[in-house]
Design a protein around this ligand. Sequence first.
Ligand code: GDP
Ligand code: MG
Length: 757
Amino acid sequence: MDDKKIVIALAGNPNSGKTTLFNSLTGATAYVGNWPGVTVEKRQGTYRNKKTGETCEVVDLPGIYSLSPYTPEEVISRDFILEEKPDVVINVIDATNLERNLYMTTQILEMDVPVILALNMTDVLEKEGQSIDADELSASLGCPVVSVSALHRRNLDILITAALRAGRTSRRGYTVLENGKYKEIIAKARDIYEHRGVENPLYHAIKALENDEVELARRPEDVKEVRALLNNKEKEDFEADTADERYKYITGNYVKSRHGQKVSAAEKLTPSDKVDRIMTNRFLAIPIFLIALFLMFHLTFAEDFLYLGKMGVPFSTCFEGNPYFEGLFWTENGINSIGVIIANLVNGITGWIWGSIENGLTSIGTPDWAVGLLGSVINDGFFAVIGFLPQILCLFFFFSLLEDSGYMARVAFVFDRIFRRAGLSGRAFIPMLMGYGCGVPAMVNTRTLNTDKERTQTIRVIAFFCCGAKVAAVAAVAGVLAAKVGWNAELIGLSMYLVGIILAVAMVILMHWTTQREKVPPFIMELPAYHKPQWKALGIHMWDKTKDFVKKASTVIILAAVLIWVFSNFTPTWQYIPSLVDEFGEPLADYEGSILKNICQMISPVFFPLGFGNNLSGAGWSLTLASSLGLVAKELVADAFITIAGGADAVESMVLGTGITTGGLLAFLIFNLTTVPCFAAVATAKAELPKGQLKWTILFWLGTSYVVSLMVRLVFDYVWTLAIIIPAIVAIFVCAYLWYRHACKKEELAKLAREAN
Ligand code: GDP
Ligand code: MG
């Protein structure tokens, strides 16, 4: 064997299972989502044959429907095959969707690159009562075909062996158009290109005949010459005619290899279709989505599962004589949901660990300030933040479940209808929903969008979605709100998720009408079939998320806890100030004169209108601190509270002790959820936004979050302000719309004038 590594590229339609195949082959854990457009960049890994020890490189390419340069993914994938010349291309085909998937195959076959077909999802096909004869298909295509199941790892070694064999011999491209109307012209064009020494002459010649943008830009003279072979009518029709010929050829020649009747024949609906009738129903879709979200939050946060306690089950007497698990599994209010139980367990364990450390330290005579500092770092910093992890993971788990099953694609589809009404493409909704996990990959995913303006809008509103880290802030404030007004944590969480979506939709519409006005190309959203979730992959993702979180908690958050403790426990002249609460959790001092308090008091007037600035007393400055630190990492919002209060249990009494109003608390929460996102997200936005847009985007985030939380504060504290706020919102939208109409009309007139000249 030579030492140059063999490179295998995986190409195919979105959702055909390329990334699943890639993961199965290389042992990688790349993101697999049951919706189109998840893989936006190529990804490389190594395959090792367990028996022979042979290795080769595997590259996962973004999913595409054709090799035309209409989307960024198409350009990435085709350039990789043409320029970086993999030794062999595995064209991954969704066997349940043969006709559509083979369309691109006919284009790949035009290149002079070894190709092999991986007929994927054969497990699903079999369940539908059908089969595809791989040998028959191989004979008519003229390239090897292997039936596999990427998910069940069926026949993968055979696939690679066949691919490596195919990669050893060169292949000359051929086209199914050789049998059609343009056969002579294509042959001539191909000869011209071959004469010039162009690589992949057949492929490039056909692209030139299509007047392909990229081809035109790279070889304008050749394209002109080749296009001269067509008469005027043919010039216009070539692309459509050949697309038609390709489909006819596929149905006439390739589909023969499929045997058996679909169990659910054409006129009968598949189970997926039946479910979708309800899931994407015009009237039911949104209520169903809301119920799904509510269940997620109920299972994560509820302390009265299924509201049994409210319905009158007497929990205080129910479990009499068995008090051991009171608090963990149930309280007199009701049964705890799974998220609360796990959180209780984790907090119990970390509490016990810190208790032992503290006892040990005092018994050996460690000075008070040192115990205080360690307590602040280990207990209030690290452990307190870890305490939110169970609920963050719970939400993450349920969310991944919805995503992996294919339900989230339906949600995007439903919102696509709403977006479309405002003249927008609904495609942007996929990265937005990804923002519920973490904004960073969500912003990277916007690369699938067509235009700069669309990307700018999407990246901006991704910041409004309540990511995992923000869940910690929601959980912390929810406790205070529950004590103050008796709202349920699950309802508060749910409404914060909704605030994100509603604000995103409203702002996208406003931007589309004003600064980011443009014509959007239509987007056809494909609904993948429902799948059983991939439990193993889900487990790996949860584990990755846990590792990330613990890593963050043990670095950024510990550092912040140390700094907060030092700067709040010392005066500018370095005099030590004891903590805020005594051992019974009662307010003691309020760090009067501390460095941090002084700094925060300077900033706090900014938040006065929002109800959590210098209108608060006592430890009110901690809300300013939390809001400022949130710009670094959103976990720090909760962390700042807990460190200042001196323990998670003391947060409630500390915050309520500041005299904050309900409106102020809600404004605080919404401000932190919708303002400038964490450092990592801002850095990603900087890299992904078009040049010069970052400063406007940061202003947009600050402005939107400030105005929205101001409105919330006013409405909750002074209901009568609704009489001003509602008309103001309506006026803004009406003005923006009129402006949009006006601008469109002006453009149209200008266009007419140009044409008249
Ligand atoms: P990609 O867009 O081509 O990268 O496709 P993905 O690898 O993200 O897979 C899309 C969906 O198809 C995921 O939900 C996978 O779990 C599912 N999938 C992939 N391969 C198979 C398979 O062989 N059988 C079944 N039943 N599902 C599969
Ligand atoms: Mg993929």
